[in-house]
Design a protein around this ligand. Structure first.
Ligand code: SAM
Length: 284
């Protein structure tokens, strides 16, 4: 292993206190150079902690060129810190190219974990967090976005997505079309003063946002996994049982459809067929 080390350092996603002691020590004492997306942005963080260090930009437009320069400096034994504007580098952020190249060339690549919007939103969403799928940003083109959402809907795990405020309305409309009544949580401005969580179906959340005018701030969406369906052997009998317990017929049909995963129309048809069979039996 060569001497140079590339540290992947997570920085705050809002609240400046969300940075680890280790990250601060490395930035202050060990690292000779910080590669960051936007030097002005990172400079503000460093000023907050009275850290003075040389910065170079590393972003999607100069990744290739900058990677060879960073590799050369790693080769000279330097310790370089890679940070993004917010959260964990490489998580919907630049860095893959340099990390991959550094590994190929035998340099140390060391994670320095901390904030990430996905991992802040998920545990506070109240949705199952034992298994999840991080989908990053879904495509901006409507057809590709719907296709990706359909793929996500087929997975039986919680999904976590990033979205921008100017596309959130369209994405919620598509989520409503694909996920229907599935519960979702919109986490906005995490760790900041105006942090909030909106919970409900995509339709309910769209309605809440529509009343506000412009939607501002950073947004992470968490979508519940499909509910596990019960094995309902005789849906029509189940409807009849619920009706006998006092539920009205349409409500009983909806309940059985939800529990069994069968379309409402199908449960209705079975319940009707049972009803006419019963009527025949009573007449006979
Ligand atoms: N690397 C970052 C991370 O680890 O979370 C993500 C960078 S990605 C370019 C930016 C997106 O992350 C935003 O558009 C938003 O979807 C999400 N995000 C970042 N900060 C957030 C915050 N404070 N609250 C909610 N979502 C946030």
């Amino acid at each position: 292993m060569l001497a140079g080390t590339l540290y992947l350092i997570a920085t705050p996603i809002g609240n400046l206190e969300d940075i680890t002691l280790r990250a601060l020590r490395l930035l202050r004492d060990e690292i000779t150079l910080i590669a960051c997306e936007d030097t002005r942005h990172t400079q503000k963080l460093l000023e907050h902690y009275s850290i003075r260090k040389p910065l170079v930009s590393y972003h999607e437009h100069n990744e290739t060129r900058r990677s060879s320069e960073l590799l050369r400096r790693l080769g000279a034994g330097e310790s370089i810190g890679l940070v993004s504007d917010a959260g964990t580098p490489l998580i919907s952020d630049p860095g893959y190219r340099i990390v991959n190249a550094a590994i190929q060339e035998g340099f140390n690549v060391v994670p320095v974990p901390g904030s990430s919007a996905a991992l802040a939103a998920l545990p506070a969403s109240g949705l199952p967090a034992d298994e999840f799928w991080f989908a990053g940003f879904v495509p901006s083109k409507p057809a590709a976005r719907r296709k990706r959402l359909l793929e996500l809907a087929a997975l039986s795990v919680t999904a976590v997505l990033y979205e921008t405020p100017h596309r959130i309305a369209e994405t919620l409309t598509d989520i409503e079309a694909v996920f229907g009544e599935r519960k979702i949580v919109l986490a906005r401005e995490l760790t900041k003063i105006h942090e909030e969580f909106l919970r409900g179906t995509a339709k309910e959340i769209s309605q809440q946002l529509a009343g506000r005018g412009a939607i501002k701030g950073e947004i992470t969406l968490v979508i519940a996994r499909a509910e596990e369906k019960e094995q309902v052997d005789d849906p029509a009998a189940e409807v009849a049982k619920l009706e006998a317990e006092g539920m009205d017929r349409m409500e009983a049909i909806k309940t059985v459809a939800r529990r069994s995963g069968l379309p409402k129309r199908e449960v209705y048809r079975l319940a009707e067929a049972r009803g006419s069979n019963q009527a025949h039996k009573n007449l006979a």
